[in-house]
Design a protein around this ligand. Sequence first.
Ligand SMILES: [Zn+2]
Ligand SMILES: [Zn+2]
Length: 123
Amino acid sequence: MQRSTLKLCQSCTKTKPLAEFFHSDECDAFHPFCKPCLAQTLKYRSKERAAQKKTSRKTCAQCQQHLPLKMFHWLEASQSHHSYCRACHAVYMSERYRRATQRTRLGKKGLLVAGRGLEPRTN
Ligand SMILES: [Zn+2]
Ligand SMILES: [Zn+2]
């Protein structure tokens, strides 16, 4: 039993007992980093990935501005971000609403015109 076998950690450069290292059965070797260092590395990596996700940007299809992803609406249905930024999306939606109300107003006017139009036809 060579329980006292030590191994040098490639990360903290400390000599630690093998119990402090993860053993990979696949390649029949110990990980070059000790457990605390490996945990830290993994944590750092996931943090880095999260930061990357946070800082990733997208170009708005409307205003052509390169904006952070949080400036875009998340579309649950397509699992992607909207091609318009929130500001452009708001403008787009209000424009769409304006057009919709304009159309109904025109529709009402059209009906009125049609109603009036009936009068001369009675001549
Ligand atoms: Zn270490
Ligand atoms: Zn935009």
